[in-house]
Write a protein that binds this ligand. Structure first.
Ligand SMILES: [Zn+2]
Length: 255
């Protein structure tokens, strides 16, 4: 697939859960290289409401502000320790429950951030099914009422695994886009990921959470190293929304 500007591959930098340090560190890092990212907000979180003005300004500068639901629902079986944040359980959800989770967050974003017809959804905890037995179709139907694109992925970096967060632009399911979680304390396996992405002309989607924060986060030096590597290569670095829109247009023969 031809990528814009003669790029040889696409990369999306995505950040989940709307941490304040995304505004304070990740966005300035990206903008210094004239890159834009995707920031997936949980609209029921206090920190989202407190920084809504800043998120809205970032949206105005070209970043994507994605829908990461109202309450961050996840499947119970993935969290046997029963963490306090797990208040909404996908395995107990009905169609109406997931319609509300996705739809109310989409409406909040339209009102408080601004309308964006390409805005993507991001599955909390990368879980893509409701109910028991797991039903992916019900979840997709809820997303399709508000969005055309959704990012899934795997939470933990697993260098050497067959799952690497690289999408084939001709094959990728735009309602289940792959990504790879990037929490490492070093960036040893980032150059091989970039090489693999270049070799196939693919779309690599990185999933971050906090950047430069106290724990379980990507250190600033690693984040900046990744940006420098992207800047040095023939990559189109763009939000999930923009790459998915491009792929959709090419597939429909409009580009
Ligand atoms: Zn999340």
């Amino acid at each position: 697939m031809l990528w814009p500007g003669g790029a040889k591959a696409a990369v999306s930098m995505t950040y989940d859960d709307g941490r304040e340090n995304n505004l304070d560190f990740a966005i300035p890092d990206l903008e210094e290289s004239d890159f834009r990212g995707t920031f997936n907000l949980v609209t029921g979180e206090r920190r989202t409401l407190e920084r809504a003005t800043d998120w809205r300004a970032a949206f105005g500068r070209g970043h994507e502000i994605g829908n990461h639901s109202v309450h961050h629902p996840a499947r119970s079986a993935a969290y046997p320790s029963n963490p306090p944040w797990l208040t909404h359980r996908l395995d107990q959800f009905t169609q109406e429950d997931i319609d509300r989770e996705v739809g109310e967050a989409a409406a909040w974003l339209d009102t408080h951030i601004g309308p964006d017809p390409g805005r993507s959804y991001c599955y909390p905890c990368t879980h893509v099914a409701i109910g028991n037995p797991p039903n992916e179709t019900a979840y997709r139907n809820a997303i399709l009422k508000c969005h055309r694109f959704a990012r899934a992925g795997t939470m933990l970096s697993q260098p050497g695994s067959s799952f690497d967060g690289i999408n084939d632009p001709w094959q990728v399911d735009l309602l289940k886009i792959n990504s790879i979680g990037y929490f490492p304390t070093d960036r040893l396996f980032f150059p091989p990921l970039l090489e693999s992405n270049l070799a196939v002309g693919g779309w690599l989607v990185l999933m971050f959470h906090g950047v430069g924060g106290p724990s379980h986060e990507t250190p600033l030096a690693v984040h900046r190293g990744i940006i420098q590597a992207l800047k040095a290569g023939p990559f189109w670095v763009a939000p999930t929304r923009d790459v998915a829109n491009h792929i959709e247009s090419v597939r429909m023969g409009n580009t």
